[in-house]
Write a protein of this length. Structure first.
Length: 197
């Protein structure tokens, strides 16, 4: 039994050294393997070794607010943005799981091909407070995208959205050119006052 135990110990030590080697400089690896303290970060406390799953979970994310429809222009924008920024995607919705799955199904393969991890999150409560609550508790979200034809997008285009209602920047994606032509109202601007350019 002793040879088997020793063999298992050697294999486990080898795996531990392999994982540690991915996060250390060549000099630190050498010192670690030789069991010396030469230039090892806090020789008593080696840096934590993160698994591939943990590293993947630390990637930044783009949030997309999805209502009962999902225009292809919206998904094209989000996929291209996530791909170019090397971010994953969190879809925030108040719709049921069945509706969300049906809307996202045509894009799942494209997201996988681009290496974009998809997470669908069903929120509850009122839209703006529900979105704000989720975004405040997820610091990995870089920004949120929404379409111009939905409630949230229209409120930004019309200037009726409260400033800083959401803790991240919001990008309104134009999927309906008519909505983009609408003049956004400037908050605090008086109606009878002429604007000086």
């Amino acid at each position: 039994m002793t040879p088997l135990t020793n063999a298992l110990k050697k294999m486990l030590n080898g795996l531990a050294h392999e994982d540690a080697g991915e996060y250390l400089t060549p000099r630190q690896k050498s010192a670690y393997l030789q069991n010396t303290t030469m230039n090892v970060v806090n020789s008593d406390d080696l840096p934590p070794v993160l698994s591939e799953k943990a590293v993947k979970n630390t990637r930044r994310r783009v949030a997309m607010y999805m209502g009962s429809t999902l225009p292809s222009k919206m998904m094209d924008y989000v996929i291209e943005t996530c791909s170019s920024l090397d971010h994953d995607l969190s879809v925030l919705t108040f719709e049921t799981g069945a509706v969300s799955s049906a809307l996202l199904e045509p894009y799942v393969k494209q997201l996988e091909e681009r290496g974009i991890a998809l997470e669908a999150v069903k929120l509850s409560g009122e839209p703006i407070p529900g979105l704000a609550r989720y975004l405040r508790s997820h610091s990995e979200i870089a920004f949120m995208a929404c379409k111009d034809t939905g409630y949230l997008g229209r409120s930004y285009i019309n200037g009726t959205q409260v400033k800083n209602a959401l803790p991240v920047p919001v990008v309104v994606v134009v999927v309906d050119p008519k909505a983009a032509e609408a003049r956004p109202a400037v908050q605090g601007e008086e109606t009878g006052r002429s604007k000086i350019a």
